[in-house]
Structures are given as structure tokens and as C-alpha cells.
Design a protein around this ligand. Structure first.
Ligand SMILES: Cc1cc2nc3c(=O)[nH]c(=O)nc-3n(C[C@H](O)[C@H](O)[C@H](O)COP(=O)(O)O)c2cc1C
Length: 389
């Protein structure tokens, strides 16, 4: 790929998640529907296997019930180490059982717990990013998870809070430390912000001060490897979690590795031509087809990635539409061959991608905000696998 020199990076930082050293300290954010085994494979190929790559979110109830789709989601290819699973659960007992199952059946090497989902149908029931407001419930879930995990490291990922008047991350951070959580990732937005505005990196610095005992991972609005380095410098965080910046750009992981490489002058970053992007698209679709053991389903699942991969290139709306309705690899090949493949990487393709919209109000159960210290529980129907973070 054509490369362009960028600004040099800071000192070498070592991130430790329990027994695992993550070097460079970069983590692929869990993204429901995206960070399945094929996408993680692509990112790992570009990073030379360095970094940490978290699975899609797995709901604890579905795992305990051995739901067939969930069992596929927790598949790791034999070369993935450490195997990192993100769980989402609202009931301490079920979370404990799910973690116990992971330990007993050797399904993963690291467990991340998701408390960041802002989706109304989840927060309406008190789940996702509404849950940390209930300090006792949060503590119980973390305690069950850490106890069942034994030597496996348990980390948590959360948002700043529900909205600016109901900030939870500092309390949640202290509770996490007290309950033996190994590291915390903070997305610097409230649930009310959804994906709108800009992430508040200052909150990441505040969390770092509040929980000096364990690593803090910063998350939100890292669109380039330079952003990752800047977040670490500005906030003092121990590592970064990169989500939307990787959508249709798995080679960003190569850039991240380069940015954190010590010495050796300015890192060189990938600036793929459309021809190179098309080759990655083809590989992504092929990996999905293999993983799903069904070419048509794999190519159909790949459709959602087309707009991200082709962002900024002059492809034409008609061709984008045709690419987004392909259902076989041969069809995909034929369409990719019709593109003007000599195009250089367009400057318009840098910067924000994926969801960027905001929201005003977080839907919560009646009376949810009355008492952060009550013993409220959350119904099992707050666990939905479409949720995300
Ligand atoms: C499509 C999509 C799916 C997501 N799914 C999850 C998820 O399953 N678990 C989670 O903790 N966060 C999830 N997130 C949130 C991301 O992990 C991340 O916190 C968020 O996108 C902010 O980081 P970014 O600015 O680097 O994208 C999702 C985000 C997106 C865009």
C-alpha cells in the first residue's frame, strides 16, 4: 500500500491486562455485528497480531442457554491469543454462571463486561448504560464475575453516565477497583450523547486519577493513529480502544502499531488505493462466508461494510447500491472489477465514520433516578443481543 509519513509517537507504553501484555496498548472496541472472528482476523493481519481484539458482545443469558448463534459468536480461530470475550448481563447470578462456563470450558482468556449500551429498548429496562447508576447492582455483577473468573482477568467498559446531571463513571470506577476488576475502558460520552458531539477526553484523565491502581483505557473519537497517541499524551491513559475508526479500515491497526513503534523516526501510515481496498473487501467477504459456512449469508453480511470501505472514493451512488445488494463472491468480484481501481486514498475518507448522531433524552424505567443506592434489579428482558455500546 502507498504510505505517508506522519508525526512521531511518544515513549513505549506497556499495557497489562492481568497476565497479558498488550503491546502496543491498542484494543479493537467490541462492536456488535462487526467484530466477529473474520473482522478480528483482518485487523490482526494488519497489526501483525499485536494489540487486543475484543469479540462482539455476548449476552450472558444466551450463553448460559447455549443459544446456537451465540456459540458461533464466541468462536476464535486457533491463532487468536489472548481470546477476548465481551459479555453483557444484568443479573448477577446469570453473569456469574456465564463466566463460570467460560472458565470451565476454556472459552476465553479475558472477559470484558459491557455497561455502555445507550439503546432505548435496553436503558428503558434499566440495562446498558443505565445500570451503573444503581451502585449495588453494579457491584453485585462485578463481584459475581470476578469471583467466577478466578485467574481470568475481568475488565469493564462504560460511558460517563446517563446524562450530564447523572454522571456515574467515577463511582463505578471505584467500585470496579474494590471488586477486583483488572482494567476499565471509558467511552467519554454519556448515554444521552449517544454518538453525537465529541468525546470528552478530560473524563478519561479524571478516571485515571480516580483509579490509579489499575489501567484505564480511553475510548471515543480515535480516527487515526495520531489521535491514539494524542489521547494517551493528553489523558495519561494506559491504552486506547478504537471502534468506528476501524469500520471499513482494518489497516488502521497497522497504523496504530507503527505509531507506537519506539524510535526509528516518523511512522508510515497506510494510504490504500481503491485497488488495495477492493482486495481487502474481497477478503473480508470471503472470511465471512467461511465463518458462516454459507457464501450467500457471508456476502449478505458483508453488505453493511461496503459504504465504509468505499467512503470518499469516487464510486457513484448507483454502483454503491449494486455493491450493497450482492449475494455471491463472483458477483462481488465482477462489480469490484468495474471500479476505477487506480484511485488514490481520498482525503475525505479520513475523519469520522459510522454512527455520529446524538439523542436528547435517555429512556429509563419509572423512578430509576430516585435512589442510586436502592437494591433495584433489572429484568432479564434488558438483555438484548442487538444492543451494542
Ligand atoms: C456498530 C457499533 C456496535 C457497537 N457495539 C458495541 C458492543 O457490542 N459493546 C460495547 O461495549 N460497545 C459497542 N459499541 C461502542 C464502541 O465499542 C465504542 O465504545 C464507541 O463506538 C466509541 O468509540 P469510537 O469513537 O472509537 O467509535 C458499538 C459501536 C458501534 C458503532
Amino acid at each position: 500500500m502507498t504510505q505517508s509519513p506522519q508525526t512521531p509517537h511518544p515513549e513505549r507504553t506497556q499495557l497489562r491486562i492481568g497476565p497479558h501484555t498488550v503491546q502496543p496498548p491498542v484494543v479493537l472496541a467490541p462492536m456488535a455485528g462487526i467484530t466477529n472472528a473474520p473482522f478480528r482476523t483482518l485487523c490482526r493481519e494488519f497489526s501483525g497480531g499485536r494489540g487486543l481484539f475484543v469479540s462482539e458482545m455476548i449476552t450472558t443469558r444466551a450463553l448460559v442457554e447455549r443459544d446456537a448463534k451465540t456459540m458461533r459468536l464466541i468462536h476464535f480461530d486457533g491463532t487468536e491469543k489472548p481470546r477476548s470475550i465481551q459479555l453483557y448481563g444484568v443479573d448477577p447470578g446469570t453473569v456469574g454462571k456465564a463466566v463460570q462456563m467460560i472458565v470451565d470450558e476454556d472459552l476465553a482468556d479475558h472477559i470484558d463486561l459491557n455497561f455502555g449500551c445507550p439503546v432505548p429498548k435496553v436503558t428503558r429496562k434499566g440495562g446498558g448504560s443505565a445500570l451503573p447508576y444503581k451502585r449495588h447492582l453494579l457491584r453485585s455483577i462485578l463481584r459475581e464475575a470476578v469471583t467466577a473468573a478466578g485467574p481470568l482477568p475481568v475488565t469493564m467498559k462504560m460511558r460517563k453516565g446517563i446524562d450530564d446531571d447523572h454522571i456515574t463513571y467515577l463511582d463505578a470506577g471505584r467500585i470496579a477497583v474494590e471488586e477486583g476488576v483488572t482494567a476499565i475502558a471509558l467511552h467519554g460520552r454519556t448515554a444521552a450523547q449517544h454518538y453525537g458531539g465529541t468525546a470528552d477526553w478530560e473524563s478519561i484523565a479524571r478516571l485515571k486519577e480516580a483509579v490509579p491502581e489499575i489501567p484505564v483505557l480511553g475510548n471515543g473519537d480515535i480516527w487515526s493513529a495520531d489521535d491514539a497517541v494524542r489521547m494517551m499524551r493528553e489523558t495519561g491513559c494506559d491504552g486506547v480502544v478504537v471502534g468506528r475508526g476501524c469500520l471499513g479500515r482494518p489497516w488502521l491497526f497497522g497504523d496504530l502499531v507503527a505509531a507506537f513503534e519506539p524510535g526509528g523516526g516518523a511512522p508510515v501510515y497506510a494510504r490504500p488505493t481503491l485497488k488495495e481496498v477492493a482486495a481487502v473487501m474481497r477478503r473480508h467477504a470471503e472470511l465471512l462466508a467461511e465463518w458462516l459456512e454459507d457464501e450467500e449469508r457471508g456476502v449478505i453480511d458483508f453488505r453493511k461494510h461496503v459504504a465504509w470501505y468505499t467512503k470518499g472514493f469516487s464510486v457513484g451512488s448507483e454502483m454503491r447500491k449494486r455493491l450493497a445488494i450482492t449475494s455471491s463472491l463472483a458477483e462481488l468480484d465482477a462489480l469490484l472489477a468495474e471500479l476505477d481501481l487506480d484511485q488514490e486514498w481520498p482525503p475525505g475518507a479520513d475523519g469520522p465514520r459510522g454512527r455520529t448522531s446524538g439523542r436528547n433524552r435517555v429512556v429509563l424505567p419509572d423512578g430509576w433516578l430516585d435512589d442510586p443506592y436502592d437494591r433495584a434489579g433489572v429484568g432479564a428482558d434488558a438483555e438484548q443481543d442487538t444492543s451494542g455500546g
